[in-house]
Design a protein around this ligand. Structure first.
Ligand SMILES: [Ca+2]
Length: 124
């Protein structure tokens, strides 16, 4: 009986995680291949490496996804354009990322994004 209760608690915790975070790490695939179709994906390392976060509607604060000031590559698998912003709350334009774009960030944009806006020129 003791064992059964412990397992129930673990299942509850695991189920709650996706509700707290807007993005979750994928462990099976590697690199860019982890980016789900239809999402805008950002990666902490070049060439789709490292921590991944992916969005339908962006994020006002990339600390929530554990990828603040570390984004080094992107893949926009959505139909729309997203903008990387230097500061929280969609402030400080860095670069627009268009549908289908898949690349490393330029040196001036690397490791700076702190929020992701869900449209072109979306950063204030
Ligand atoms: Ca920043």
């Amino acid at each position: 009986m003791q064992h059964r209760i412990s397992r129930l608690v673990l299942l509850t915790v695991a189920a709650a995680v996706p509700l707290v975070t807007a993005a979750a790490p994928a462990e099976a695939a590697t690199g860019y291949a982890r980016c789900p179709s239809g999402y805008f994906c950002v990666f902490a390392d070049a060439n789709g490496g490292g921590t991944i976060a992916y969005f339908h509607h962006g994020s006002p604060d990339l600390r929530q996804q554990g990828i603040d000031n570390t984004v080094s590559s992107v893949w926009d698998r959505s139909a729309g354009t997203f903008a990387l912003c230097d500061r929280y709350g969609y402030a400080g334009n860095l670069v627009d990322v268009f549908s289908g774009a898949k690349s490393n960030l330029d040196a001036g944009e690397n490791n700076r994004a702190s929020s992701v806006a869900p449209n072109a020129h979306g950063c204030n």
